[in-house]
Design a binder for this molecule. Structure first.
Ligand SMILES: Cc1cc2nc3c(=O)[nH]c(=O)nc-3n(C[C@H](O)[C@H](O)[C@H](O)COP(=O)(O)OP(=O)(O)OC[C@H]3O[C@@H](n4cnc5c(N)ncnc54)[C@H](O)[C@@H]3O)c2cc1C
Length: 367
């Protein structure tokens, strides 16, 4: 008998190794125990209960800086990291964001561009989830165009002094360390800023209707004085932050397919059980056409993610290829979630089901 798993019509599972499937199963189990039962409530209340405890759980499974080598990081493959992102985002994009910002942005920046002292000081604690990191690039007047940033770092004797504001910073208010990008006389540089440094504050951004189970903050830098060795020594210019964003966007290529998978599963379940006109709505061909298109796009997007993951593991993945994957997969995931929303009818707008939560989350992911 051929099995027809509607969530894996093409048999993509057969392309994964035993180890990859085992990693995926453990991430799925963590999400099922520690996040899934609570996440709709967190979303509704706009908070994550015990984010530090959650970070430690994620750290204990090696999910923080999972694809980085050494300094306490798990050193797994890029494909395994992608599979983890898919499972995390199948639960909630906010959970995947927590892990992406920690591992692909804050830890990656220190790992790639930091001094041995910076790596020793932060990476083992961040990998274990004992320290939370954030990544401050975007500003109120500098989003797509980070070169126009106004945050400035100036030399004062041996020290650096930072002034400016960052906006939309994931994990900001709960972070122990912020990687902050600022203009200097030599170009854009990155700084490792312990968040208890005087002059640093991170007010919470409220009123979000997307990624509500995720901490989003402003960073205010008001004469933040740092020692000379707080600068990331190994990069000058925007290629620093842009290479970090490339890592995070790789995780989104996979993660978005997780949100899509959850919404397809909810739509299939509902279409099979909801009866109208004396039949399950899945018996109507217009509903079947929707489900078929959703399954098709999920299959294509997951295959693309796997292809890009294998290229990353082979060391030949390019930034345009990551952009290709992110553009397609987020666009299609959003479409899958919106279509699922229609299949659920009125129930589709309720947090009793995961669909509108994922749909709203993906608006941030798309941005
Ligand atoms: C929930 C959430 C979490 C985030 N977390 C972080 C974080 O941790 N760290 C961080 O640094 N940032 C973070 N961001 C910020 C995110 O990176 C920015 O929102 C993104 O870079 C877009 O910038 P913007 O919002 O200022 O939009 P803008 O740059 O103002 O863009 C607005 C619109 O104009 C379009 N546009 C811009 N330039 C062009 C152009 N040249 N041609 C055509 N169209 C153009 C854009 O595509 C978009 O449609 C987060 C954002 C959100 C929503």
């Amino acid at each position: 008998m051929t099995s027809h798993d509607p969530l894996d019509l093409a048999g993509i599972d057969d392309l994964l190794s035993e180890e990859e499937r085992a990693i995926r199963a453990s991430v799925r189990a963590l999400c099922a125990e520690h996040v899934e039962p609570y996440v709709a409530d967190w979303f509704e209340r706009g908070t994550i209960d015990d984010v530090r405890g959650l970070a430690r759980e994620l750290g204990s499974l090696g999910l923080l800086g999972m694809h980085l080598e050494g300094h306490g990081c798990a050193g797994m493959s890029a494909t395994a990291y992608g599979l983890a992102c898919l499972e995390l985002e199948a639960t909630d994009s906010g959970l995947r964001s927590l892990v992406s910002v920690q591992g692909s942005l804050a830890m990656f920046a220190i790992h790639r561009f930091g001094s041995e002292e910076q790596k020793d000081a932060w990476l083992p604690r961040m990998a274990a989830g004992e320290a939370i990191g954030c990544f401050g690039l975007t500003e109120p007047d500098a989003g797509s165009d980070p070169a126009s940033m106004r945050t400035r770092a100036r030399r004062d004797g041996a020290d650096w002094v930072l002034d400016g504001r960052k906006m939309w910073i994931t994990n900001g208010s709960v972070a122990d360390v912020a990687v902050v990008w600022a203009q200097t006389d030599d170009g854009v540089r990155g700084f490792v800023v312990p968040t208890d440094t005087p002059g640093f504050s991170a007010p919470l951004i409220r009123h979000k209707l997307s990624l509500r189970a995720s901490v989003t903050s402003e960073l205010v830098l008001d004469g933040v004085r740092l020692p000379g060795d707080a600068v990331l020594p190994d990069v000058v210019g925007l290629k620093g932050p842009l290479s970090c964003l490339n890592e995070a966007r790789y995780g989104i290529v996979w993660g978005s397919m997780g949100a899509a998978r959850t919404c397809l599963a909810a739509a299939l379940d509902h279409a099979g059980s909801r009866e109208q006109f004396g039949r399950p709505i899945a018996a109507f061909q217009l509903t079947q056409a929707k489900l078929a298109d959703m399954a098709l796009e999920l299959t294509k997007g997951t295959l693309l993610a796997l292809h890009l993951g294998r290229r990353k593991d082979a060391g030949v993945l390019t930034p345009p290829q990551v952009s290709l994957g992110k553009l397609n997969n987020v666009r299609e995931a959003l479409e899958i979630c919106r279509t699922a929303r229609t299949i659920l009818g009125a129930n589709g707008i309720s947090l009793e089901y995961p669909v509108i939560r994922h749909m709203n989350n993906l608006e941030s992911v798309l941005t």
